[in-house]
Design a protein around this ligand. Structure first.
Ligand SMILES: C[S@@+](CC[C@H](N)C(=O)[O-])C[C@H]1O[C@@H](n2cnc3c(N)ncnc32)[C@H](O)[C@@H]1O
Length: 198
């Protein structure tokens, strides 16, 4: 029989407030502190299922904005007109086709909350985490406008400092943020990267 895990406060809050996942509060905290997403922005959300980041983003961008979400798993449709989701692996996706499909030259903000499936085998997991980082960076380099912002979930792993260094070569400011809504025992943190350099 499985171990009983009590439902936490943010899980219950999300249910009550109509968010699809507790992750909504992580993005809310980031947005409150760093004011990343603006009205009218075109935003790409990597690893978007079940869609709570998208719910927050859709509120922030308003009717003139657009949020496109990508996930390996299909997302139950979100009825807002400014939302679109694509089922696919970010390692295989052709980003130029996405820009073409929505007739936009670039995104203003990219968020990435991807959590890889961990096998428990350290080398394999590190490789998987690094591959996903490379894929998200490829997307950022090819679709984020100069001056645009990137929010990336990461974990304290061997490659943490090298990723931080790498991001500092791409963005004017790179902050590390641990939302209070993120489980204390989890090693997840967010890189909040502001102003992509040209
Ligand atoms: C923590 S969940 C994201 C929660 C989401 N931000 C929200 O607020 O609802 C992580 C997601 O990453 C997705 N994912 C994992 N590997 C992926 C990949 N290679 N390409 C696209 N999505 C991936 C998973 O399917 C999962 O839905």
């Amino acid at each position: 029989m499985g171990r009983f895990v009590p439902k936490d406060t943010f899980y219950k809050k999300a249910k009550l407030e109509g968010y699809r996942a507790r992750s909504a509060y992580k993005l809310k905290e980031i947005q409150d502190k760093y004011r990343i997403i603006k009205k009218g922005d075109k935003v790409l959300d990597l690893g978007c299922a079940p869609g709570s980041f998208i719910q927050i983003i859709a509120q922030e961008i308003g009717r003139d904005g657009l949020v496109v979400g990508i996930d390996i798993q299909p997302v139950t449709p979100i009825p807002d007109k400014n939302v679109s989701t694509i089922t696919g692996d970010i390692r295989d996706i052709d980003v130029s086709k996405i820009l073409q499909r929505f007739s936009i030259p670039h995104f203003d903000v990219i968020t990435c909350d991807i959590a890889p499936n961990l096998s428990g085998i350290r080398e394999a997991d590190e490789k998987n985490i690094d591959e996903l980082y490379d894929a998200s960076k490829h997307i950022v380099v090819n679709t984020l406008r100069t001056g645009g912002h990137f929010i990336l979930k990461s974990f304290f792993s061997e490659s943490f400092s090298s990723k931080q260094k790498d991001l500092k070569n791409l963005f004017v400011r790179v902050s590390i943020f641990k939302p209070t809504s993120s489980r204390g025992m989890s090693s997840e943190i967010f890189f909040v990267c502001k102003e992509r350099m040209g």
